[in-house]
Structure formats: C-alpha cells, structure tokens
Design a protein around this ligand. Structure first.
Ligand code: GDP
Ligand code: IMO
Ligand code: MG
Length: 422
C-alpha cells in the first residue's frame, strides 16, 4: 500500500475507524492530521468494541507507529484517559504512539466557550460536540494558542496559562459563566503534561524519516468533507480542514508524497448536529434507530439519517481527489424494498447537479431521486463480491459511477472480517 489519505466523503461517522483498522494491516504508520476528540472512530475486534477519539485507530494493530499530527487539537486530560483506557484493554500504546510538539492544546475555557456560544446562538446553534474544538482552533488562528511543547515546558506553561486564563475568565464572566481557577487547571494540565511527555516528538521529522525509509503511511481523516471549514456547509461545520489537503498541512508530509485518496461513505447518509441534509428522511432514520444503529460514538446523540446523496459525494470526490471508494453499512439497507439515491437538487424551477456553496440555498434544496429495487436479503455474511445479491451489486456499481470514483471496498458489518475487496 502506497501512502494513502483516508477521508470521510459525507458528514462524518462514515465508518472511517473500521476501514482504517482494515487498511492498517498493510501500513507501517497511521497519522491523525485534523480535528480533536470531537471524533469518535469505532473499531470492533471480535466482540471487543473500541472507540478512538484522539489516538489513531491503527493503534489496535501490533507494531504500527501512530502519530497525532500538528494539525490536531489535543485535550491532554482526555488523551491521558484514552491512553489509560486502551492500556486497560491490553493495547500496547507506549512504544507506538507519538504526539506532535506543535499540536495545539484544548483548555477548559475552550470547552466552556464552546458551550456558551452554542447557548447564545439558540435555534441557530451548530450542534457542536462541546469539546472546545472551535475556540481552540480559533486561538490557533489568532496566534494566542498554547501548544504541546508549551504544556511540557513547566515555567513557560505557567506564565502563558496565567495570561490566557486572565483574558478568558473575563470573557466567561461576560457570558455570565463561572471563571476558572488557575490552580486547578494548572495542576490538571501539568499532570497530563508529565504523563504525555514521553510521547512528544518532532513528528514532522519522524514522518520525513518514515518516508525516506519507504514506510507506508495511512492518513486517518476525522469528521467528513461537509464538515470541512472551507468546503463544508459553513457555518455548520467543524473548525479544521478535514479534507485531503489537510493531511499535508496537518502532518508536514508534502503533497508529492501522497499516492492515493480513499473516500469512505455509508450506503446511505447520516449527520449529527445542525445544518442542511437534503436527503433527510424520517422513515429511514426510524428504521436504523430501531435496529440500534446510528447513535453518535462521541456524544451518543441519535444521528439524522437519509438516502445516499450522490451529488454530495461527487463533490467530495472533486475536492478530495478521491481515487477509491469504501462503501460501509451496506447491510443497513438489507430490508428496504425501494432504495432512493439523490441524483440532483431542485429549488423551485432551478436544478443543481452540484452542491451550492451558499448554505441558505442548500437548505432549500429538495432532492431529486432515482430509485433502485432493494435486494431484501441479509448481506452481513458476504465475504466476496460474488456473495452479494445481484441487486446489491447493481446498487453499489451505481453509487460508484454517480460518485465518480472506483469502488474498492464494501463493508457489510462492523467486524474486520465483514469486508469485501472489490
Ligand atoms: P467514524 O467516525 O467514521 O469512524 O464512524 P463511527 O465509528 O462514528 O460510526 C460508524 C458506525 O458504523 C460504528 O458503529 C461502526 O462500528 C459501524 N460500522 C462500520 N461499518 C459498518 C458496516 O459495514 N455495517 C455495520 N452494521 N456497521 C458498520
Ligand atoms: P468523526 O471523526 C460526525 C460535527 C458536530 C457538529 C459540527 C461541529 O467521528 O466522523 P465541533 O464539535 O467539531 O465543533 O462540531 O461537527 N462533528 C462530527 N459529526 N462525526 C464527527 O467525527 C464529528 N466531529 C464533529 O456534530 O455538527
Ligand atoms: Mg465517528
């Protein structure tokens, strides 16, 4: 496997964690390049369920170097908890994890501001994960953020935290919220800094050396294309570049080292949080929720669900340069008699065959559908392309054709073995 960027082609939660786990078998290094612990990547190994938030999903395979890149924002207290949780489950983290010294740190005032801003927005809220992601990236762009290197340098950390807390406590007071105590934030973050220090590396140099050795690198995207700060449904997005370009800036590995882009998409559509979702459909949501599926891995919120949106995924193919597609959750449609696929949008007399840039326009878009006959038989035991019902194969071929990329992987269940290479 050459160097591969894996991105979500929809609104997040496409099953990236599962596909990363499968592809890691043929990789040497796995890199998270954007987002923070707003992500929740689920991997099943047999009956054991793992939910990764900051640690790359590659950690579950033996002897794979896992890097949290400079583009990630790190809540150190949450990362310590995650590492301890993995250790408890017998996962070998210590020798295999590296944390970028230039990744920005998420503080309690970021989380508090995230929550306060959401409350202030009222019905215009974004529906964030309240993990402080927006305010942390905001500080990074405003050049007032603290980085991992600050966190592990005690004197510098103390001085910088004092200054930042002073300003942020004023802001919190203006919101009518309780100011934070320097002493308790400092103590918790210093403890986390000491714990994390052995993992902290110059990951740009580390990845450069990996490239020189010819190691195969897998870039683990978080969130999805339509949550990208530039290419998503702004302002209903996250605060980082989740798309393929983010893999370069968020890791320090240059574009000419990238060989392949894999786009992960569900055989239908889901979204958690606010913002337009042209194919949203209550019936399919009820069906999936009744099956116990489509509840958020990070917040537990029920995900909004709809039919597959080929207009959106075609857009994702364009902005990410997706070569290969991994279609997950095919089995979610096993009982559906007539499956719809969105092939265009309509607002009054206007037709769109692309995603309008203006979220106000996209919110008014009605989906134009093509219909496919359902296969109405279980697919979760399929292991080869030929095992799939003919109608399921026709559906998958149509999804790939409409999306403009090559169908490479089909997933028919959460397990590693429930994966078909096409
Ligand atoms: P991620 O954020 O993209 O890694 O996705 P999440 O882990 O948040 O959500 C995807 C959910 O779908 C998880 O519960 C996975 O275990 C599950 N999943 C992934 N692929 C399949 C599949 O093909 N079939 C089924 N039934 N579940 C799947
Ligand atoms: P993974 O990596 C799905 C959504 C939130 C909200 C918006 C902004 O598991 O696919 P934020 O907390 O980032 O400021 O929230 O983005 N969101 C996700 N939705 N999957 C994710 O990650 C998400 N990370 C953020 O629900 O709508
Ligand atoms: Mg998720």
């Amino acid at each position: 496997m050459a160097n591969t960027i894996l991105v979500g082609a929809q609104w997040g939660d496409e099953g990236k964690g599962k596909i990363i786990d499968v592809l890691t078998e043929d990789a040497d290094v796995v890199v998270r390049y954007a987002g923070g612990n707003n992500a929740g990547h689920t991997v099943f190994i047999g009956p054991q369920k793992y939910i990764l938030h900051l640690v790359p999903s590659g950690i579950l395979r033996k002897r794979k170097l896992c890097v949290i890149g400079n583009g990630v924002v790190v809540d150190p207290v949450s990362l310590v908890e995650e590492i301890k949780g993995l250790r408890q489950l017998g996962v070998k983290v210590d020798a295999n994890l590296a944390l970028s010294e230039t990744a920005h740190v998420v503080f309690p005032y970021h989380r508090e501001l995230d929550a306060q801003r959401e409350t202030l927005k009222g019905k215009h809220k974004i529906g964030t994960t309240k993990r402080g992601i927006g305010p942390a990236y905001g500080d990074k762009a405003a050049r007032v953020g603290l980085r991992v290197i600050d966190l592990i340098t005690p004197d510098r950390f103390e001085a910088k935290l004092r200054r930042r807390l002073k300003e942020n406590n004023e802001v919190l007071k203006a919101f009518g919220a309780k100011p934070l105590s320097f002493k308790s934030v400092h103590a918790a973050y210093r403890a986390a800094g000491d714990f994390l220090k052995p993992f902290v590396k110059n990951t740009v140099v580390l990845l450069h050396e990996a490239c020189q050795r010819g190691d195969r690198i897998l870039f683990e995207g978080a969130q999805g294309t339509f949550l990208d700060l530039d290419h998503g449904t702004y302002p209903f997005v996250t605060s980082s570049n989740t798309t393929a370009g983010g893999a370069c800036t968020g890791s320090g590995v240059p574009p000419h080292r990238m060989d392949r882009v894999v786009g992960v998409m569900k055989a239908y559509t889901t979204r958690v949080g606010e913002g337009p979702l042209p194919t949203e459909n209550a019936e399919i949501a009820d069906m999936l929720h009744a099956m116990g599926r489509e509840f958020g891995a990070t917040t537990g919120r029920p995900r909004r669900c709809g039919w597959f949106d080929a207009v959106a995924v075609r857009h994702a193919t364009m902005v990410n340069g997706i070569d290969d597609l991994a279609v997950t959750n095919l089995d979610g449609l096993d009982t559906v008699a007539t499956i719809k696929v969105c092939i265009g949008y309509r607002v009054g007399k206007a037709r769109y065959d692309y995603v309008p840039a203006d979220v106000e326009v996209l919110s008014q878009c009605e989906a134009v559908y093509a219909e496919f006959e359902g296969w109405r038989e279980p697919t979760s035991a399929a292991r080869k392309w030929k095992d799939l019902p003919v109608k399921a194969r026709a559906y998958l071929k149509a999804l790939a054709e409409l999306s403009g990329a090559n169908l490479a992987i089909v997933s028919v269940g959460p397990g590693r073995e429930q994966t078909i290479f096409v």
